[in-house]
Design a protein. Structure first.
Length: 355
């Protein structure tokens, strides 16, 4: 049985291929020395794709992408190139996503049998992130790292930051997941929006899937399509060139790895009763499990975010304890990236004390 979900996900990452490049000015003297590394790193039993770019004398930022299964590695030269002057920027295709997924013997077609025998777990991925952080500290000869996560990556980021705070200067969450399980109250609010706008297409979808919880990943994906539609209508979009795939990732093999990894990871995140796949997201409740931080916490929230709404992230922020905490509510921003989100990330990263 072939499984092809092709549904909206949460967000919006062997041979050693490393090199260090030196740039020279007109006087032929060294002005800056940049590190550019791309390699598969052994992490908890499998090799995972990691890229490292930036100024080796500067602090490290480890990015945790969303999805799960939606790496931003193919887009970083547009999104985060300017950070490389002041930081070492690390992108990681997490277990089950992108090149990491494609490198570890996935099937040609995603089947129920493969899903049952290759589950993803939050604990496993948390340990992956900690092991990668330990590797980076040793490899780059640093004391600590700035950790940042978006959407699914924010859930993973909180787990990593609270389990191993000694590795990090601070945690920066964007579109912070608090409890990803969509409630009937939130469904009713979404339904009323569709009614008020006389949106028959959305109403048809919502009536078809009914109220949550859902037993199939397909139903959750249909819900997310409606959410994405309304978020897009009420927010400022990202510039068109942001999500143009970089040439080295713009090929059939990488595209297949990203698409199959999206489907594989998404089914694992939301679960599917018929397929026998347990939901990673069902166990996440930050208000219950992760209120105490030993490092500074910064949360970036889009005012038009429906998937991880401001009411939930604000309540979480107000309740959590940390040495320092700041909350940034951005108008005309939704769940994904736009210019105000990236500008705020840059501002926060440069404000964090790393000495």
């Amino acid at each position: 049985m072939n499984i092809k979900l092709s549904i909206f996900l949460f967000s919006f990452m062997l041979p050693f291929l490393a090199s260090a490049q030196t740039k020279k000015n007109l006087n032929n003297t060294i002005s800056t020395r940049q590190i550019h590394e791309e390699q598969y790193i052994p992490i908890n039993g499998i090799e995972q794709w990691v890229t490292i770019n930036g100024n080796p004398s500067k602090p490290v930022i480890l990015f945790l992408h969303g999805g799960p299964g939606s790496p931003i590695t193919p887009y970083i030269d547009v999104l985060y190139k300017d950070l490389e002057k002041d930081f070492i920027v690390v992108q990681w295709d997490q277990r089950g996503s992108g090149r990491t997924y494609g490198h570890n013997n996935p099937p040609d077609e995603l089947t129920p049998e493969y899903l049952k025998t290759h589950p993803l777990t939050l604990e496993q991925m948390t340990n992956d992130g900690i092991m990668l952080s330990q590797y980076l500290l040793q490899h780059l000869e640093k004391k600590k790292i700035i950790l940042t996560g978006t959407s699914w990556g924010s859930a993973l980021g909180v787990k990593i930051a609270t389990k191993a705070p000694e590795l990090f200067y601070a945690y920066v969450g964007h579109s912070q997941i608090v409890n990803p399980n969509f409630s009937t109250e939130r469904y009713s609010k979404l339904y009323k929006t569709a009614e008020d706008q006389k949106d028959n297409d959305a109403l048809k979808i919502l009536n078809t899937i009914g109220k949550p919880p859902y037993s199939s990943a397909k139903s959750t994906g249909m819900l997310y399509r409606v959410i994405k539609k309304y978020e897009k209508a009420n927010s400022t979009p990202a510039p068109e060139n942001w999500f143009v795939v970089a040439p080295e990732y713009n090929n059939e093999k990488d595209r297949k790895n990203r698409e199959d990894g999206d489907d594989y990871s998404f089914v694992n995140f939301v679960g599917d009763q018929k397929l026998g796949v347990q939901s990673m997201g069902a166990s996440i409740d930050m208000m219950r499990d992760n209120l105490n931080f030993k490092i500074p916490v910064y949360l970036i929230q889009g005012e038009e975010d429906i998937l991880t709404p401001k009411e939930m992230s604000r309540n979480y922020f107000d309740t959590l304890k940390a040495p320092k905490k700041e909350y940034f509510l951005l108008p005309k921003a939704a769940h994904g990236f736009n210019q105000s989100v990236v500008d705020t990330q840059y501002k926060i990263f440069r404000s964090i004390k790393t000495k």
